[in-house]
Design a protein around this ligand. Structure first.
Ligand code: HPA
Length: 269
């Protein structure tokens, strides 16, 4: 596995014309940000040795290099979800490669169901912590020698990054929530009882990504920032049916706010 990581990193290193320190996983809501990148190079996932290939609807798969907010960045357009059938090693393979290429900061976004009664659809939630409810752990197996066997997760989400984004949000009059993201395997959305249970566990939002990538990033000493777009609400009041279409619509509507916050953070890192 580690051999594959090094091999893929070597392939990219030989071709990359820049050496970015910040990478962005362009999850839901960050499409707009992708458009703002002055792209210098693109690698289709299919052309990168050992890279898994993205299959999910609405996510194209390529690794982008370019300039954004005055910085060199790397961006993943399309991420790998556990529900697509990938192993956790495959889901987090890109973050392993990023570390070998010198990436120090990882910024992620996602769409999530809100379970905190103070939340509204369309809210942005800064992730302050997470709960890993996936059935397989991304660090299971032989330890990759980029971090300890038993890594601490006491501050998975960088406090300085959170402070910066809160300052930017206040300056631009953008409402932001803060909370705990729970990552679960999907692909079903939660039953009303599951939403209530996750909220009782201490989660404010639930989604099907992010936690594996963040665990691996932290294992490698990266600084992480994450935001959820609250695309639906569950676990309180009447049970409401969630559809992929409304999740996508709410995520798209939040794009300008997301792009601004992420852009400003990149600029100040
Ligand atoms: N549950 C899980 N994943 C999600 C949700 C949800 O309610 N909304 C968007 N992604």
């Amino acid at each position: 596995m580690y051999k594959n990581i090094l091999e893929t990193a070597e392939y990219l290193r030989q071709r990359m014309q820049t050496k970015p320190e910040t990478a962005i996983i362009l999850g839901s809501g960050l499409g707009r940000l992708a458009e703002e990148i002055e792209v210098t190079q693109e690698f289709s996932y299919a052309d990168i040795p050992n890279f898994p290939v993205s299959t999910v609807e609405g996510h194209s798969g390529k690794l982008i290099l370019g300039r954004l907010a005055g910085k060199d960045v790397m961006a993943m357009q399309g991420r790998f979800h556990f529900y697509e059938g990938y192993s956790m090693k495959e889901v987090t393979f890109p973050e392993r490669v990023m570390h070998e290429l010198g990436i120090k900061n990882l910024l992620v976004s996602n769409a999530a169901g809100g379970m905190n009664p103070a939340f509204s659809i369309g809210d942005l939630m800064i992730i302050t912590d997470h709960i890993n409810a996936f059935p397989e752990h991304p660090l299971r197996g032989k330890n990759v020698p980029t971090g300890p066997r038993f890594p601490s997760m006491h501050e998975a989400y960088d406090k300085d990054f959170i402070r910066i984004v809160k300052e930017v949000a206040a300056a631009h009059d953008i409402k932001v929530q803060e909370g705990v993201y729970l990552g679960t395997q999907g692909p079903t959305y939660e039953t009303p009882a599951e939403y209530r249970m996750f909220h009782a566990w201490g989660a404010d939002a639930v989604g099907m990504s992010t936690v594996p990538e963040v665990i691996v990033a932290v294992h490698q000493g990266m600084r992480v920032f994450g935001v959820s777009i609250i695309t639906d609400l569950g676990g309180f009041g009447e049970a409401v049916k969630v559809t992929h279409e409304e999740v996508t619509a709410a995520a798209n509507a939040a794009q300008p706010k997301m792009a601004l916050l992420m852009g400003e953070l990149i600029n100040r890192i």
